[in-house]
Design a protein around this ligand. Structure first.
Ligand SMILES: [Zn+2]
Length: 133
């Protein structure tokens, strides 16, 4: 394995720590991968560059979480959704700052970046969430 491994979910989260929402853009076919991956699922290229993504999108689908992993249990119930950003890039994440009964498919949402609290064991990585645009 000699290909660079920088197009990983770990680097994606490191970029968030720099306040950048990024995806891996395939240099061969132009497809943007989010989360980034080292191999293009469209053309099998391994050549990518990081591109900064738009922060605004619309909600494609969502679900309400009642039973969560222990580090999120205090937040329940909460909503997890998939939003579609410009460039047809889909991003899954937690929806915050919205009453659960006000969440609707098609609503405009914005990606907010936050740094992970130092006290948490996992994830140590900085995170993002969605809020009403
Ligand atoms: Zn490609």
């Amino acid at each position: 394995m000699t290909e660079p491994l920088t197009f990983t979910i770990e680097q994606f989260y490191k970029n968030i720590n720099q306040k950048k929402l990024t995806g891996g853009k395939c240099l061969t076919c132009g497809k943007i991968h989010l989360p980034p991956r080292p191999l293009c699922d469209n053309c099998l290229s391994t050549q990518f560059k990081w591109v900064e993504l738009p922060r605004k999108g619309t909600l494609l689908t969502y679900t309400i979480i009642h039973v969560a992993p222990s580090q999120f249990q205090k937040m329940t119930p909460y909503a997890v959704g998939i939003i579609q950003l410009e460039h047809n890039v889909n991003l899954p994440g937690i929806i915050k700052d919205t009453p659960l009964d006000k969440i609707k498919v098609g609503m405009p949402l914005e990606v907010e970046l936050e740094e992970a609290p130092q006290s948490q064991h996992w994830p140590q990585w900085p995170r993002y969430y969605f809020k009403p645009a």
